[in-house]
Design a binder for this molecule. Structure first.
Ligand code: TYD
Length: 392
């Protein structure tokens, strides 16, 4: 393991504070990112137990974003067309943004966060409120194995992925397909999106690293789609090595090649990235300093886990950003971990709100800019740190 990036002391990214516990000491951990030259895995060193992160208070709901709802809807149609599955299972079904596109008899959700699982259960979807593991896989698929297993933005959260793949091997039909979707390491490094690293994102995968891991479980990637969600993600189509129905698509070779050409298999690439991260911090602080000098009012948009990393790493103070707007009901009237900046219920931006808006949810830039056309027309500006801190 070679450490290449130290993002300092960080609170748990999704542990939003109530007014009454604002003065309590927050649990913090040192966010250090490392590279394993043997299997090319990039991961954070100090991890937080899954029970502390994924419980009945988990705030993230996929359905609250139009972009995500739309992406899941489109993709579920594609799955039905391409694989014609009789039974689909989703690991990390969240509030049902994906599974709600399927016939209730043909889909199973697995979601350990009770508050989220309750939503899909109440709608009549078969949902197991458990962590995905071999025992659960055996229990669920005793009678019928699954044709497609889908999991988006979940694998990167799971430290012990060996259990995940063993459970997949138990439950997947011999000709079944595992589809994983996670932020792309190549996009993360290219865009200096260091905020992809926080307590929940234990790993940010490259396809070359994922294939090395899959080899240990007799699984292989046969197709890769590059998607735009979460700032650039990869959708990996994986099969058992014994399954010869699906040929290895050219997309796999191309992704492997692009990643190697960029140098994702070499520590020197990550060291260069770390230098750019440091520069990004200096530049962002400079932008804020200059705007404050001119007495400009700055607020934030999208109180994301990602912005928690940025704000704490850059040591941005409460007074710099007045407050954040966010649409997630659970976050409203709470405070961002570490910086304790207040989160207010979102309303359409006007120039009265602010002169400058820090884009915490930069991964939804397109959706947000469309929504805030009026604000932009009236001279309102956004600040984004990706790929380099600048006023947009
Ligand atoms: P997300 O991108 O999932 O980031 P992370 O995984 O880093 O937490 O979260 C997006 C957040 O941004 C979520 O809290 C909802 C908020 N948001 C808005 O407030 N308005 C919007 O228009 C969009 C698209 C998101």
């Amino acid at each position: 393991m070679e450490k290449f990036l130290d993002l300092g002391l960080q609170p748990l990214a999704n542990s939003y504070l109530n007014k009454k516990n604002l003065n309590l000491r927050e649990k913090k951990f040192r966010l250090i990112v490392s590279f394993n030259p043997k299997n090319y895995l990039v991961s954070i060193l100090n991890t937080v137990s899954k029970e502390k992160m994924f419980n009945e208070k988990y705030p993230y709901k996929s359905s609250e974003s139009f972009t995500m709802r739309n992406s899941f809807k489109k993709f579920s149609h594609k799955i039905k067309k391409r694989f014609k599955p009789n039974l689909v299972l989703e690991i990390g079904s969240n509030d049902g943004a994906f599974i709600s596109n399927f016939n209730k008899k043909k889909i199973i959700g697995v979601e350990p966060c009770k508050n989220l699982a309750r939503i899909t259960k109440n709608k009549g979807y078969k949902t197991f409120v458990e962590y995905w593991n071999v025992n659960l896989a055996k229990k669920i698929t005793k009678k019928n194995k699954v044709d497609v297993i889908y999991s988006a933005n979940t694998l990167s959260h799971i430290k012990n992925f060996s259990e995940i793949f063993r459970a997949v091997n138990v439950s997947l039909n011999k000709n079944g397909v595992l589809i994983l979707e996670d932020p792309s390491l190549l996009e993360c490094i290219k865009n200096v999106a260091y905020d992809q690293f926080y307590c929940e994102h234990i790993y940010v995968f490259s396809s070359i690293a994922l294939q090395k891991i899959l080899n240990n479980y007799n699984l292989e990637i046969f197709d890769i789609e590059n998607t735009f969600t979460h700032g650039g993600s990869n959708r990996y189509f994986i099969k058992k090595k014994s399954n010869s129905i699906y040929k290895i698509n050219n997309s796999v070779r191309i992704n492997f090649k692009n990643e190697k050409t960029f140098g994702l298999h070499k520590i020197s690439t990550y060291k260069k990235f770390a230098k750019k991260v440091e520069f990004s911090r200096i530049k962002l602080n400079k932008i804020f300093r200059e705007l404050l000098k001119k007495k400009k009012k700055i607020i934030g948009y999208g109180a994301t886990a990602k912005s928690c990393t940025v704000l704490n790493y850059c040591k941005i103070k409460k007074g710099t950003i007045d407050y954040f707007y966010d649409t997630t009901s659970f976050k409203i009237n709470k405070y961002l971990p570490g910086t304790k900046i207040k989160i207010k219920k979102y309303k359409k931006l006007t120039k009265k709100d602010a002169d400058y808006v820090f884009l915490g949810a930069w991964n939804f830039k397109k959706e947000i800019f469309k929504k805030e056309k009026k604000f932009i027309k009236s001279g309102g500006k956004f600040i984004s740190h990706v790929p380099i801190p600048r006023v947009l």
